[in-house]
Design a protein around this ligand. Sequence first.
Ligand code: ARG
Length: 565
Amino acid sequence: MKLKSQINHVIKEAFIKAGIEQEPMSVSEASKPEFGDFQFNGAMALSKKLSKKPRDIASQILENLDLTGILSKAEIAGPGFINLWLNPLWLGKQCHDALHDDRLGIGLRETPIKVVVDYSGPNMAKQMHVGHLRSTIIGDTLANLLAFLGDEVIRQNHIGDWGTQFGMLIAYLEEMHEDGNVSLKDLEQFYKDAKARFDADTNFSNKAREYVVKIQSGDKHCLQLWKKFIDISLGHCEEVYEKLDVKLTRNDVRAESFYNDDLSQVISSLREQGMLQQSNGAQCVFLDGDEVPVIVQKGDGGYLYATTDLAALHYRAQELGAKRISYVVDARQAEHFKQVFRVAKEAGFVGEDVLLEHVAFGTMMDKGGKPFKTRDGGTVKLIDLLDEAIVKAKETINNKEEYTEEKIDEIAKVIGIGAVKYADLSINRESNYIFNWDKMLSFEGNTSLYMQYGYARIQSIFRKHNAQIQGDIFICDLVEHRLATMLLRFEDVLNRAAADASPNQITTYLYELVTLFMRFYEQNPILKPGVDEKTKMSRLQLSALTAKTIKQGLDILGIKVVDKL
Ligand code: ARG
């Protein structure tokens, strides 16, 4: 249900009846219950155009407003606002319809588009770090959200698998004679050891350099070592993906190396269009107003991160046909993306009609406000972090004696992983984010556990009432009215979150929804003796719709629920 559009439509009809030939502004949610459910603030803006007082315009609209369908009451307030109340009968009917629809009454886009979501993108030479964790969590949610709304989503994992470090790494891999059966359990240590060898022994460093050239020229032996190395390293990332329960697979990998053959073409195309300039031996694109150019080819002929991204933009727009390309990458790369987006558009790699966006996020900090590191300053191993989340989650489970060992592990995973994801998704993504175990694993506040608890609480009602629910939904008091309105806002919230690529709009919504439900549940008994059948059925249905909405919302965030906590 696109709630706002429906109300806007009623306003538009009043405009037509009143003979006002203007497009009405969209309504907004009322800031307080006493101002109704929604508010129309458009009269003020029209005052000049129509040379009339805002209040007069407002009453002209009001006189023509249909108060027999969606709306039941409207009042002029302040200088010319119109406060709007939704009709309880209509609310009940809409909630009923939503409950009995597989998609909760949420439509699929009328004009779906192809969207590329570029996320995760770990570097194969190094341990996956917390920045990649944030990218993976936020990116997966964005992909889920757009897919749910009906877009054709193409997930792309732009892994870093190319560059001079790989010469050193495979030379070391070979030297360790580990290529048969190497696990590279600690990639960071492996890198350090290889680097130490590189710095200490010229024979080794010469070989490493030779291997760089050999990989690039397609030497079979070196390529094989390189492939082996990538395979193992990617395997570690996949352990993280699996534990995190994100949908990235090998099929989504389009590594940097995938674009190798296209890079010379990027350069020649830029050259043909007169966009290249030589500067200090390098090939550069100078953009109007930018001091720092985009370097696309080094003096020695080597290509750069930006060159690969230009090739990837070309591929995504031209071959994949994407109309929106979203890069879920650390905010510190903002300048890079601003520049490559401009170059790609100016060079015609990407059409004017394609939306290119950098879905930037801030840095993950520890409790003390410092970038998140291990005690000795190293990179935190993500798999360890996730395991720790699961261990800590186990401690929050109350009635352990009710469950089997297996069930406890399952619940702990749902809680622990949910907590890590939710904590990340629930803040404004561009802010730096403070990682705090106690906060994320709390039953109170805007946490996944609070949502999962709300869901489980509703399931417990249905364990007691184990029969059909039927009949109409009657909206009887203010808390039911607000709960129903909140439930029907879900589609608007999802669409807004998708447009802004802001998962925290969904978490804010879920938090308000569950809080409202808890209040409803306290005030309005459902299964208590003395509640008449009609009321009971109505309240059960509101509860069921709330549970389905929580579950659907969390599902988009990649978070699971359990029936019992
Ligand atoms: N590998 C990069 C990094 O770790 C992230 C890749 C982001 N995607 C892209 N198309 N540049 O910083």
